[in-house]
Design a protein around this ligand. Structure first.
Ligand SMILES: Cc1cc2nc3c(=O)[nH]c(=O)nc-3n(C[C@H](O)[C@H](O)[C@H](O)COP(=O)(O)OP(=O)(O)OC[C@H]3O[C@@H](n4cnc5c(N)ncnc54)[C@H](O)[C@@H]3O)c2cc1C
Length: 635
């Protein structure tokens, strides 16, 4: 059977989602190949563009390498190329450097900023609908504030220190929220009073954030005003010039920074495709199965698609949920065409669970299921949860981990929802002495177990497994038992007399208190299953000692230090539950936690081993990541 080619153009939210689903469905069908074409070698996590533009996150944090995303899917070919056109008759996608034949095509080329023909936006304004635009804005913001801080002419200085955002939709309001926080960073770096930097939000409508209900929009507005944003409603920008912006019927704004977020339209390349577009926004018109008109094998998804459900006032919104849901419908159609089944496919139905508008890293407002309004910390966490869900949907543990790192644990300037409390940027050198001490302590503990009369390597049971000790002694003569019973009673009454005392440091003259005097029943029952007899128990005690020695050496020499310390926490828990651990030693848990900070990366073997593993295992698992993919090389 001839190979069937599915070509997906645009590896954004819709394209990646669809390719993942298609690759999974056809993974056992060698006759189907999926080609994913994008102008970048990475998927741009668009919803964080404003965070990159304002230096909350680094550029690489929103560039998700496509090879990493699809390395486990051998039926996906990656192509880095710019799509120029499609030839419907020849069923071919034409790119800058070649052409790709398709049997089924999915067009998900996204959107771009719409300036509605306003003069000067392209020449003097800044936009925020691509990675390149975010980087250009980032460079400009740093540069203009640096120049403004050095400027002595008061009028010019003020214009340079005025940052104006046009449009109060999601992009505009989220950007102004980031600018609120970035203002302090820019002011500090340029030795300015933050109040010298003016933030303006300009909106043509009488109200702002009009995609949310008035209660939520009002809360966001209050937050912005409280943080010094100058909100100008009923203000329509008519022209953008290098050092000012003209408004309809109002005085011009003196600024060198106009960021245009007032509209979004379909990627302009789609107008070449010979597919019907809607007049407003140039989006490709889809039917309820996300097919282009009169083209059964051309499917549409994401921001470049327009479909208006019956009874809805507007087409599918240009948001991530819209992109995924349209992609999900398109995927069903492609599968049906390839599998040639009669299976009914469900027509598109948009169900948008939540709209969250984050105003910086610490505040957000949200509308959930159209019924609930949430704001502040919960809304911020809701936005994070939506992002986590996305990584689950595209099966990417790697980027989920990276997200946690850059949004919570490695943020600069306290710019996260926990106000920087969760962020580590310190030097792990300080923990090296502690690591040596902790490793040495474990080694010392092991030393007492491998030699001398207390050795755990003899055939004498050292572990307090009552069921084994009882079994071992039950065969002994009753006489011996009787002879010793008096002595043991005396010993036990002596033990009662020296009852353990709770303390977290050693109290002179007192016996320390056990965390558990005796194993809890449930733990004993579990242990009995794994260690039912003396033979197993002796093996286990020797095995555990070997494990301890390995862990101790790893900690001391800084090898796999995160894992080794995590295991010591596990061991402490087991020792506690076995009735073998004193409260005074509980500090070991906290030391192990502290040493999970990458303490082996300085003066430890992890300095060499971790990068080596990242390189070799990363390569083995993800293949060759590259700045450019082409179909032949990745085939
Ligand atoms: C700053 C910002 C914040 C946002 N915040 C939110 C939010 O909080 N919640 C939300 O739901 N939505 C948000 N959005 C909107 C959301 O990002 C989009 O709706 C979503 O990205 C649309 O997905 P898509 O797959 O259609 O397009 P995209 O994700 O834009 O993907 C299009 C892909 O096509 C590629 N491409 C384009 N042209 C070509 C070409 N000629 N050849 C080859 N490849 C090409 C691009 O490189 C890109 O990878 C935000 C958008 C921005 C800009």
């Amino acid at each position: 059977m001839a190979k069937k080619n599915i070509v997906v153009v645009g590896a954004g939210f819709a394209g990646v989602y669809a390719t993942k689903k298609l690759a999974k469905h056809f993974k056992k069908n060698p006759d189907v190949e999926i080609t994913l074409i994008d102008r970048h070698s990475y998927f741009t996590y668009m919803t964080e563009l404003h965070e990159v533009a304002t230096e909350r996150v680094e550029p690489e944090h929103i560039q998700y390498d496509l090879q990493r995303l699809f390395s486990r899917r051998k039926n996906v070919r990656l192509v880095t190329d710019t799509v120029k056109n499609i030839d419907k008759d020849k069923q071919t996608v034409i790119t800058e450097n070649g052409s790709y034949q398709y049997d089924q095509l999915l067009i998900s080329l996204g959107g771009e900023s719409n300036d509605f023909g306003t003069p000067g936006v392209k020449e003097f304004g800044y936009e925020l609908w691509s990675f390149e635009q975010a980087m250009a804005l980032r460079a400009h913001l740093a540069e203009i504030i640096r120049r403004g801080a050095a400027e002595l002419d008061p009028a010019k200085r003020k214009a340079m220190l005025t940052l104006t955002v046009c449009g109060s939709g999601f992009t505009g309001s989220e950007l102004i929220g980031e600018l609120i926080e970035y203002r302090d960073v820019l002011a500090r770096d340029n030795k300015l009073d933050p109040n010298e930097i003016t933030l303006q939000l300009v909106e043509a409508a009488p109200t702002i954030i009009n995609m949310l209900n008035r209660t939520q929009a009002g809360k966001a507005e209050k937050y912005m005003t409280k943080h010094g944003v100058d909100i100008m409603t009923n203000s329509m920008i008519t022209e953008v010039c290098e050092d000012h912006v003209n408004l309809k019927g109002q005085d011009p704004i003196q600024t060198y920074t106009l960021i245009w977020t007032a509209g979004v339209r379909a990627n302009s390349v789609v107008k070449n495709f010979g597919i019907e577009t809607n007049p407003r926004g140039g989006r490709l018109m889809a039917n309820e199965f996300m097919q282009a008109k009169d083209c059964d094998n051309i499917f549409l998804a994401g921001d470049s698609t327009s479909y208006q459900e019956p009874g809805q006032p507007r087409p599918v919104p240009q948001i991530v949920q819209g992109a995924e849901e349209t992609a999900a419908t398109a995927v069903q159609g492609i599968i049906k065409n390839i599998d040639n089944t009669d299976k009914e496919i469900k027509p598109f139905h948009g169900a948008y669970q939540a709209s969250v508008d984050s105003i910086g890293s610490k505040y957000a407002v949200a509308q959930v299921l159209d019924n609930w309004n949430v704001s502040g910390f919960i809304a911020v966490m809701l936005k994070h949860a939506i992002n986590w869900l996305y990584y689950v949907q595209i099966f990417s543990g790697y980027y989920l981990f990276q997200y946690f790192m850059h949004e919570f644990f490695r943020t600069r300037n306290r710019r996260n929802v926990f106000r920087g409390w969760t962020s580590r940027m310190g030097n792990v050198l300080w923990s090296v002495p502690l690591r040596f001490f902790y490793g040495a302590m474990w080694l010392w503990d092991c030393w007492t177990k491998v030699q001398g009369s207390e050795s755990w390597f003899t055939d004498k049971l050292r572990l307090p497994f009552s069921w084994i000790q009882v079994a071992a002694t039950s065969g002994a003569s009753e006489a011996a038992t009787k002879a010793t019973s008096g002595a043991s009673e005396a010993a036990s009454s002596a033990a009662k007399a020296t009852k353990g005392v709770f303390s977290l440091s050693y109290m002179y003259g007192k016996d320390p208190l056990m965390v558990f005097e005796k194993s809890p029943h449930w733990f004993e029952a579990v242990t009995k299953v794994f260690i039912p007899n003396m033979q197993m128990a002796l093996f286990f005690q020797k095995f555990m000692t070997c494990v301890e020695i390995i862990i101790a050496l790893c900690i001391f020499f800084g090898l796999f230090s995160w894992l080794a310390n995590a295991i010591t926490i596990g061991l402490v828990v087991v020792f506690c539950l076995s009735g073998m651990f004193y409260w005074v030693n509980i500090w070991m848990v906290f030391v192990a936690l502290a040493l999970m900070n990458g303490s082996g990366r300085t003066f430890g073997l992890d300095y060499w081993v971790v990068p080596w593993m990242q390189k070799h295992f990363g390569h083995w698992w993800y293949g060759n990541v590259s700045s450019h993919y082409d179909a032949v090389k990745t085939r």
